[in-house]
Design a protein around this ligand. Structure first.
Ligand code: OXD
Length: 320
């Protein structure tokens, strides 16, 4: 660790308020904070011992010759993996465990799909009054929720869904007992979960093991009445297969917050399909989120400066 008199420079690639910067500085008198934007990034990167943010580019990381630690403000670190960061000596930590708003987003789209709000909104824009059977809502309290990835986010979602009366099942890489979850399957139990669920939520990180995990066979295993919700990463689902399943009404609908290509191009068919809710990768956002991300960073910064173990250290082999 740095000698007591040495400055520890944190370069933040995040929209931080003054009070966040003050909170980080207050951790230790050695700490200096610089907030980078597109223009200043290349100049600031070489000064950084620590990077704080999300989606830092390969270019920024290559410029950061003094870099020791990256605190991602997101849960997923796939962009950093793609930038090659995880191969080196640099310590990487994630912001898992602070996504409470994201859980509410999943519940919102789950209820919206079940209550046909996505169709009602389209009808409203067209000034069209439809009380036909296609507008008949379903009750989630009699349904089974399948959660792919019972990590921090999946487990918190399970508790809330269970409180709504749902039966919850899901997959997890390592066996565990999770409150509110009736049965935890290993990843090999994927098809069984897909076949039993009325709604499937993808809460997985994007890794070598999960890229393209949900393709034609997996979509085929789902009930024709089931919904799919993806708040993990776009590339976990094979989008061409999903589009086909939606067009052929082989599943009832989807809510997608993440896409293979972001921003989702304006000519993407996902925007136009009636059985699709598109949100622009915002499920985790809320003003409270930044406060929690900065608090987590400050706890880790204190630990880093005192040679103690950090929270949420990314396992470079696993990729999360
Ligand atoms: C995250 C995200 O990784 O919001 O936290 O996608």
């Amino acid at each position: 660790m740095s000698s007591p008199e040495r400055e520890v420079i944190v370069v933040a690639f995040s929209r931080l308020e003054e009070h966040h910067i003050a909170q980080i500085r207050a951790v230790d008198p050695r700490v200096r904070v610089a907030v980078a934007d597109q223009k200043s990034a290349a100049n600031l990167a070489p000064t950084a011992e620590i990077l704080l943010g999300w989606n830092m580019s390969r270019e920024v990381i290559d410029h950061a010759s003094r870099l020791r630690w990256i605190q991602s403000t997101g849960a997923g670190v796939d962009k950093l993996i793609a930038a090659g960061v995880l191969d080196g000596e640099i310590l990487v930590t994630s912001s898992s465990g602070i996504h409470h708003g994201l859980i509410e987003h999943v519940l919102a789209v789950l209820l919206a799909l079940n209550r046909r709000l996505h169709i009602a909104m389209r009808n409203q824009i067209r000034h069209y009054w439809d009380r036909s059977s296609r507008m008949m809502g379903a009750e989630v309290s009699s349904q089974t929720l399948g959660i792919l990835g019972l990590g921090h986010i999946g487990s918190e979602l399970a508790t809330k869904a269970h409180a709504l009366g749902m039966r919850v099942i899901g997959t997890k890489r390592t066996p565990a007992t999770i409150p509110g979850v009736e049965r935890v399957f290993p990843p090999e139990g994927l098809t069984e979960v897909l076949g039993a669920a009325d709604a499937v939520v993808i809460a997985l990180p994007l890794t070598k093991a999960t890229r393209g995990l949900v393709g034609p066979a997996q979509l085929h295993a789902m009930k024709p009445t089931a919904f799919l919700i993806n708040i993990g990463r776009g590339a976990i689902v094979q989008e061409a297969a999903l589009l086909e399943a939606l067009r052929e009404k082989r599943i009832a609908g989807v809510a997608l917050d993440v896409f293979e290509q972001e921003p989702l191009p304006a000519d993407s068919p996902f925007y136009d399909l009636e059985n699709v809710i598109v949100t622009p990768h915002i499920s985790g956002n809320s003003p409270d989120y930044t406060d929690r991300a900065v608090s987590l960073f400050c706890t880790n910064l204190h630990a880093y400066l005192h040679g103690k173990p950090l929270q949420n250290v990314v396992d470079k082999e696993r990729g999360y």
